[in-house]
Design a protein around this ligand. Structure first.
Ligand code: SAH
Length: 393
């Protein structure tokens, strides 16, 4: 198979040696006649071979390294990588019916996401190269997993950076929209695979929900609850749970999930409030309400580096309001999914908030995304979710 060659700079080569798969456009010395989306060979000035990558004609990330081996990255190679990723999930799944099967760079498949909801597979391809490989990915899934359906959720704005259109729809199998999965504790959750956030829901919080269950008690708030995953989990341990979200359609999903678990005991101890999370916490303090368990899982406040400062103060404000209404002995589960806010940042923010709230707080657990969203040591971008479990003394 003849592959187009792309000449890369010394700095690009250094980057490869540092274990990072991205090469920026400024480090491409000549792209020859390589079309956007092509599989290319990387060569330096001295004609040394550096590996194979997916080329983008549009994005600032011009190249995404696939392999440093000489062996051509063909369909069999792609299948191997997908099966390796699946192998890891099989080891850690612990009976989970919904999990991330492929987590892009962290599974050596840059810009490819595959989430699995029972036998339904949802794909996102976030670069020109992966978009071109979609038919191969679909064929591999059909051959190896006997899927009930394969869906693409390529309706994400980042595709515009690659000059790719937004698309969503069925690529194979039956036209299912919703899948109901059973979680570890026997809870059932419905995922809307066409309209839901991400590819349907927040699979990255699965292990954190299970962890929260160990500590939760008393009166609880799930702030930014989306379709109620934390809230419903907490009902098993808490006397009462309030799920708060500003989106009415998210709360419709939460009610649907509540009904799904309504077998007699019906999670009667949960109620849903459509409100701004910040306002809700402030009003609760004003009304002198106190709680033993609070989950804060807001959307990413810092989507770009430029919004870091404003994000830091938003996280601080939110955590301050939560800490003020936590009873002594209570637990705060505070999360940030902003890549631009590090765990050290979050710890610092919460420390400042605790001082302001006159609370002494200990760190019980420092957690991150579930293990089906692996973190690659040399690719900092793969670590995005921070989740601190804190106890008020
Ligand atoms: N904890 C959820 C995921 C939360 S995603 C889970 O594990 O499934 C973030 C949620 O915050 C979204 O549902 C969004 O509707 C909601 N949201 C965004 N801004 C908000 C605000 N200011 N107040 C309340 N909810 C908000």
């Amino acid at each position: 198979m003849h592959l187009p060659e792309i000449h890369i700079s010394h700095r690009a080569a250094q980057r490869i040696l540092s274990g990072h798969p991205w090469i920026y456009r400024s480090d491409v010395e000549s792209s020859g006649d390589a079309p956007g989306g092509a599989l290319v060979r990387l060569i330096d000035r001295k004609k040394r071979y550096w590996g194979q990558a997916l080329y983008s004609s549009k994005s600032q990330i011009a190249l995404r390294l696939l392999t440093r081996e000489e062996r051509v990255f063909d369909r069999a190679f792609l299948a191997e990588r997908i099966l390796q990723a699946a192998g890891w999930r099989a080891r850690i799944a612990n009976g989970a019916e919904a999990f991330r099967l492929v987590h892009s760079e962290a599974d050596l498949l840059p810009s490819l996401i595959i989430d699995r909801y029972r036998d339904v597979f949802v794909i996102q391809a976030l670069s020109q190269g992966m978009d071109r490989l979609m038919p191969d990915v679909v064929e591999i899934l059909k051959e190896r997993f006997t899927p009930h359906a394969i869906i693409e959720r390529n309706d994400v704005p980042v595709r515009a950076l690659e000059g790719l259109p937004e698309r969503r729809g069925w690529l194979a199998g039956e036209e299912v929209r919703e899948v109901v999965v059973e979680e570890e504790g026997g809870l059932r959750f419905a995922y809307d695979l066409m309209e839901g956030q991400k590819t349907g829901g927040y699979l990255d919080q699965r292990e954190n929900r299970a962890a929260a269950l160990q500590y939760a008690s008393g009166r609880a708030i799930d702030c930014f609850c989306y379709t109620g995953a934390f809230a419903l989990t907490l009902t098993a341990r808490c006397d009462s749970v309030i799920g708060v979200d500003s989106s009415s359609s998210a709360l419709d999903g939460a009610r649907r999930n509540q009904e799904l678990n309504a077998d007699g005991s019906a999670a009667p101890n949960v109620e849903w409030k459509e409100a701004n999370g910040f306002d809700f916490l402030k009003t609760a303090d004003h009304d002198k309400l106190r709680f033993e368990t609070i989950v804060l899982d807001p959307p990413a406040f810092a989507r770009h580096k430029s919004s870091r400062e404003s994000a830091l103060s938003a996280y601080k404000e939110l955590n301050l309001r939560a800490l003020k209404i936590l009873s002594p002995g209570g637990f705060l589960f505070t999360c940030s999914c902003s890549f631009h806010i590090s765990e050290a940042d979050l710890l610092e923010i919460v420390a400042a908030a605790a001082l302001d709230a006159h609370r002494t707080v200990s760190v019980v657990e420092r957690r991150t995304q579930s293990r089906d969203h692996p973190i690659l040591l040399t690719v900092p971008e793969t670590l995005y979710l921070k989740c601190l479990i804190l106890r008020v003394l």
